[in-house]
Design a protein around this ligand. Structure first.
Ligand SMILES: Nc1nc2c(c(=O)[nH]1)N[C@H]1C(S)=C(S)[C@@H](COP(=O)(O)O)O[C@H]1N2
Ligand SMILES: [Mo]
Length: 530
């Protein structure tokens, strides 16, 4: 039993050394080579769509933490088993480490933006882990016997260790000095693991762009958006604020660690089916006339009534002007945009060129883009789901065709053209809220970006539909608040909402899932009136 425990501990410590040293190496070679992050990122890319939807649904923005915790648990079990095996035979331990190395290396090297040097942290880490494992196993009671077995002709007898051969029973001679040695080795390897991880973390901080972001002063807009009408915000407690603050804006992306893209190094290449290739720096981007625009964006993974939608005042350069400068060649119908971490997005050329405020955005609600929302630059195209238009950390625009290339989510079966469906959501009363009988505000938001919201209707208990009062909006690209005064009577009630967009189309009642082009159905809330 004690042998199993020390073996398992040896395995865990060896894995910790491997990861700590790998982290230190990544601190030297730069982000991208951390094996656990790479395995996690590979897992995200390989996750089947239904599992991804389940994770977003149940873990929300914690999905990444859940994934990393899962990987660490699997890794720990594997490491403990490897340690125990190593006490039986060293080669078993080394084989376990080799599997560990192979998975890490494969994950690191298959990342879309992998550099050859990114393999170094995994290789050096595993080598250090192997040394630690041998050191520790040699100091476990079982490991000493195993040494005897694996090296024919030699036995770990007391005289070899320079001890008196006759004074003590054999078992004790093996175990006792070994225990002290093991504890020392364990403390030493734990220290190496912690130091590696700590220094690695410190070294990686030099790539952090928070201070570059803090220093950045955005130019004033050349084209200011219309002032947000005061009447865009209804005086209803609990309703979604017309402007979603940056700190509470939903975040959805495949990035396990946030890409750190320095404005000094940022460049955007525009190429493919164009008359002239463009390659612009961030300084050049800021010199272009910047437009301010209120745009609501939404995720295709938003369930009816869900939280993955937000509205902000963005600042950015015209994407249409950029494309016209490059000269889109006849036949091109897709802008395939790529982020610094290799994620791709396919946007119809015609939506960008049809006059809407498609932006290469640098500002969000009066600040440089938060790192989580794409600093230093991202795309935005009013009316399209994020996966089809809103590339964060964007660095490359390839003008191509939908026939020739598929973007990240299109490869996984999502609709190639991601037009946001007309949606509405009840914000208040909250589900299962206790409401006092009498006049009660039923209120929320509705959105059909770039088509606008013309009508919102509410009904209680499958009764007649009532027109809600609509708030003012600065344009067609934002969501719209609505409120309906309800005469609530005691009992359990169901409230439902539906919106009609600027084209006259009413939100469909048919419940369809998120996959492949967005959920539909009416949001409903059940409340108890007392
Ligand atoms: N680089 C990158 N950009 C991305 C994504 C991503 O995974 N990587 N996800 C897209 C999706 S699916 C959505 S819904 C929006 C969300 O933008 P937000 O996180 O700023 O709200 O970003 C889009 N841009
Ligand atoms: Mo999304």
């Amino acid at each position: 039993m004690a042998g199993l425990l020390t073996g398992a501990l040896a395995g865990l410590l060896a894995a910790a050394v491997a990861l700590g040293v790998a982290q230190f190496m990544a601190g030297i070679t730069g982000a991208g080579g951390e094996p656990v992050i790479a395995v996690g990122s590979a897992a995200i890319d390989l996750t089947p769509v239904p599992v991804k939807d389940f994770a977003i649904q149940h873990f929300g923005t914690h999905d990444k933490l859940v994934l990393l915790s899962g990987i660490v648990v699997v890794l720990a079990v594997f490491a403990a088993v490897t340690g125990v095996m190593a006490t039986r035979r060293r080669t078993y331990g080394l084989a376990g480490l080799a599997v560990f190395a192979a998975i890490g290396a494969a994950a690191v090297l298959t990342r879309p933006v992998a550099r050859p040097v990114d393999i170094a942290p995994t290789l050096v880490g595993v080598a250090a882990g192997a040394l630690a494992l041998m050191l520790l196993v040699g100091r476990t009671a079982l490991g000493r016997t195993a040494l005897g077995r694996t090296v024919p002709g030699r036995t770990a007898t007391a005289p070899e260790r320079g001890e008196a051969p006759v004074a003590q029973p054999a078992t004790q001679t093996v175990a006792r000095p070994g225990r002290r040695g093991f504890l020392l080795a364990a403390a030493g390897t734990a220290a190496v693991a912690a130091a590696g991880a700590g220094f690695g973390e410190l070294l990686l901080r030099r790539f952090n762009v928070s201070s570059a972001r803090a220093k950045l002063a955005l130019p004033a807009p050349a084209i200011s958006g219309p002032a947000t009408p005061a009447a865009a915000q209804l005086p209803v407690p609990g309703i979604s604020s017309f402007v979603t603050p940056n700190a509470s804006f939903y975040r959805v992306d495949t990035a396990l660690v946030l890409p750190q893209v320095s404005p000094d190094q940022w460049r955007l290449r525009v190429h493919g089916m164009v008359a002239r290739e463009l390659d612009i720096t961030f300084e050049e981007l800021l010199k272009r006339p910047l437009t301010e625009a209120d745009i609501t964006i939404s995720c295709v993974s938003n369930q009816v009534g869900g939280p993955y939608v937000g509205n902000a005042r963005w600042l950015g350069a015209s994407l249409a002007a950029l494309l016209r400068e490059a000269g889109v060649r006849r036949g091109a119908d897709q802008i395939l945009s790529t982020s610094a971490d290799g994620w791709t997005c396919g946007t119809p050329v015609e939506t960008v060129l049809d006059g809407r405020n498609a932006l290469l955005a640098v500002g969000m609600n009066g600040q440089p883009l938060p790192i989580a929302h794409g600093f230093p630059a991202r795309m935005l195209v009013p009316g399209l789901y994020g996966y089809a238009s809103a590339t964060k950390w964007v660095v490359d625009l390839e003008i191509t065709t939908f026939a020739a290339q598929r973007s990240y989510w299109a490869q996984r079966g999502y609709a190639v053209r991601g037009r946001i469906k007309t949606e509405s959501r009840i914000d208040v009363p909250r589900p299962l809220q206790q409401v006092k009988a009498g006049r009660t505000a039923v209120a929320g938001v509705a959105w059909a970006p770039h088509r606008g919201i013309d009508r919102v209707e509410v009904r209680a208990d499958n009764g007649a539909w009532h027109d809600a009062k609509l708030a003012a909006v600065p344009g067609l690209d934002t969501w719209r608040q609505w409120v309906w005064p309800w005469d609530a009577t005691p009992g359990l009630h169901q409230l439902e909402v539906r919106a009609t967009d600027g084209t006259g189309a009413t939100q469909s009642s048919r419940r369809v899932p998120i996959f492949p082009n967005g959920a539909t159905g009416w949001d409903s809330t059940t409340v108890t009136v007392t």
